[in-house]
Design a protein around this ligand. Structure first.
Ligand code: CUA
Length: 321
């Protein structure tokens, strides 16, 4: 078994997040339901084999008795409603897992062969272990530098693929102080099984101290680095305005109040601006053009800016109110 935090009674890891108890309850209901029907069906089958066994003499076929309508409807309708009920319950839990609370703390996670890196909004960074505050929702925004990985915290009952070239998110709210084990759960090469990390769940005060301790340069948050790239290496400021009062000829779409904005494309499609859209716009600017702007005006920055730099740019764009 995994470690001392595994309950020997249930053989499941400890429940250390808000969604864990709900997941476990559904798991056990399905498990015991399966056991119940297994015993019922195999038991009845075994009993009938014994009861109606051939006892010698002539075979007697009852041609009048072909079926039992009540029984057939019952064994169709009862399982139907059980399945619909389990689906609805599972779907509800899935939604709870899929939709992070709006006030969740954002932590950026990067997976690469064979390590995890963590970055916070205040510029704190760490590898192998990262801190989260107790009883507060935390959202991980995850990407990979190379191949598919997957971020799994068994005691939180949360797991999500980590994919190169895009962002995936996962959220949780820890309910127990202490370290929790993280596994990579997508086979990613030789040291896949060593691709481990720890989530340190800390009380608020200790969490703040940890953050302060892990920040290299207090003046350089990802947003700060992104701003530098925006006005420097990327040269984005030549075509994009970042504030309403900026007096420059605007060639590309305005970039303030960007996240969550509904953007209309030249082909009539409407989409909501998020991390993946921004990244795609930087790497493949000609894939889609915002309505009202010239197609092909923006060059690609794929290979020019690193994944890390694009992530910093996105962090900066997020700060533009
Ligand atoms: Cu990363 Cu397995």
């Amino acid at each position: 078994m995994m470690d001392q935090s595994t309950s020997t009674l249930t053989m499941l890891p400890t429940q250390a997040s808000t969604i864990a108890p709900g997941y476990d309850l559904l798991f056990w209901v399905i498990t015991y339901m399966c056991v119940f029907f297994f015993v019922l069906i195999i038991g009845a089958g075994t009993y009938f084999v014994f009861k109606y066994r051939y006892r010698g003499g002539e075979h007697r076929v009852d041609t009048n008795h072909t079926h039992n309508t009540t029984l057939e409807i019952a064994w169709s309708v009862v399982p139907l409603f059980l399945c619909i009920g389990l689906f609805a319950w599972g779907f509800k839990l899935y939604l709870d897992f899929a939709i992070p609370p709006k006030d969740a703390i954002e932590i950026r996670v990067t997976g690469q062969k064979w390590a995890w890196n963590f970055e916070y909004d205040n510029g704190a960074a760490s590898a192998k272990e990262f801190a989260v505050p107790l009883n507060k929702p935390v959202k991980l925004i995850m990407t990979s530098r190379d191949v598919l990985h997957s971020f799994f915290v068994p005691s939180f009952r949360t797991k999500m693929d980590v994919v190169p070239g895009r962002y995936t998110t996962m959220w949780f709210q820890a309910t127990q102080v202490g370290p929790q084990q993280v596994f990579c759960t997508e086979y990613c090469g030789t040291s896949h099984s060593d691709m481990l990390a720890k989530v340190l769940v800390l009380p608020e005060k200790e969490y703040e101290d940890w953050l302060e301790k892990h920040r290299d340069d207090p003046n350089a948050t990802p947003a700060d680095k992104g701003k530098k790239i925006f006005n420097g290496k990327g040269g984005c400021n030549a075509c994009h305005a970042v504030a309403a009062d900026q007096a420059i000829p605007v060639i590309g779409p305005k970039l303030w109040q960007l996240f969550g904005r509904a953007e209309k494309m030249a082909d009539g499609a409407q989409l909501t601006v998020d991390e993946n859209y921004i990244r795609e716009s930087i790497e493949y600017p000609n894939k889609q053009t915002v309505a009202g702007f010239a197609a092909g005006a923006m060059p690609t920055f794929k290979g020019v800016l690193s994944d890390k730099e694009i992530s910093d740019l996105i962090a900066y764009l997020k700060t533009l109110k």
